[in-house]
Design a protein around this ligand. Sequence first.
Ligand code: ARG
Length: 575
Amino acid sequence: MNAYEKQIRRALRRKKAAPCIPENSYFLSRVAKAASAAIEKNISARAFTAPPPHIPGDFMLVLTPEGASHAAQALSGEVPFIARGEAQGAFLNLFLNRDAVYGEVLTEVLEQGNRYGTTAGDGTPVIVEYSSPNIAKPLGVNNLRSTLIGESVARLHEYTGRAVLRDNYLGDWGQQFGKLLCAYELWGDRRKIRKNPVPELKELYVEFEKRAAEDPSLEEKARALAQRLETGDRHLTALWKKFRTLSIRDFKKMYGRFGISFDAYGGEHFFVEEGKRAAEACLAKNVCTRGEGGAVVAEFPELPGFILMRSDGATLYHARDLAQLAFRTQELKVRDIRYIVGGEQTLYFRQLFELAKRIGFMAGSEALHVGFGLVLAEGKRMSTRRGTSVEVAELLERATEKAREVIAAKSPDVSPREREAIAEAVGIGAIVYNDLHQSRERDISFDWEKMLNVEGGSAVYLQYTHARILSLLAKVGGAQSAKPIFKEGEEYFLARELAIFPFVVSRAAEHDAPHMVAGYLERVAGLFNTFYGKVNVSGTADPALRASRLTLSKAAGQVLKNGLWLLNVPLPQRL
Ligand code: ARG
């Protein structure tokens, strides 16, 4: 058993779905059930949407015109939790017994704490493959996007009751390693590499390309080395392995700053032999053919053809991925695999999945390409050639630098040490949130002003709102009321938003869409800030009402915390 297999099997054995709340035990589900019984039609709490401000009522449901008027009538009788319904065309405006319902919701949020918003799933395993950088190169911005989206997707699935395996598929095989080995043998400095592995290895690679432009014999040397590596040359394999180990060590440092760790480090090289066998199997089953010169070729209607194995027996990207997929579905028997990879590989994955289906590796399994947009600089795709690409380390540096400025302005009275910790959280949060707050298919760029805007649309806005709640609770004390009282519209609006959190999360998980959580959190923060601006919580004279408002604030803080955890945005206790 190779190292990858050991890691992933162990993870599969150990991982259990985290304890989650059954969706239908949430209070809002009970309300939906009562409504369903009254109107004799099944509606789930997922369908409850908050109406626009000019429409009265707590929730709006889309039915048919007859359905809506029938429902309005049915709901005017004695129905638990529900005051009445009003039909408006095909819409049903639902009026709840607010104090009772929202009171229960707040109790629920505070009782369930960090688990509020989870929904129990079937506990089946899902492999989320993400990050997947190429070794001996710095983590690219694309791989960073994959890392951030992948981590959030993994958390969303954990939150909805799945056993999640975090799998990193390194680009650690191919012709380019011939070049690197060649450069290393000619100009490599072991000490420098040990000290600063990835940047030095990258330098070597760049050096090779530069010199090879003038000296074509270098390309030949590199090819010969690649060939020797492919056939298992001892010395070269040991060197390559060292590059791999050192690269992982560097990657882990970066992951550590984002609080991310993987269950398994796989990689293309683990699937070279199986890739060959998979290509042979495709031939034997007539799914593929021998092309000119003997290469193994796949040609399917409506898709461009592609090569699995060259005539010299070397596998290509598709073949190794096919073998990896077969291992996951056939050996591990994991039925759900999600590849978090840039949108430019959409065609590639269509080809891969079609091939896998035809050869029979997909029966009963689902593989999904979860794509995402580009990283832009100056409106164009980042490019090393144009000098517009940035490295992740530099990006982090810039983010914390800018975060320091924001903090200096916002909270000048914290100690230097605490300030540094806050800057790290705000800087990391800015990068993470910039990636996740809009639909992942869209391109992103780095607009620091927006990314660090304390007024909204940013992580720091959410972090700030959360910290504000903590400081309010610390100042006034954690009085909690058993029976909340709602006086102002703003209080209802906030409580209503908190009630739908579990349903927002399950929808986001279903679509692998962290931005649904982000948009939701901005609404919660906005509603909290409006409420907070309107009523003077700490100065509320009536003790019962004050306690009620503190309870509401505390619940909002809890939901912000849970939601930000799902996005992997760090939460400083103070800001
Ligand atoms: N290593 C590739 C890159 O950096 C991504 C790998 C994506 N995953 C896969 N199973 N092909 O572009």
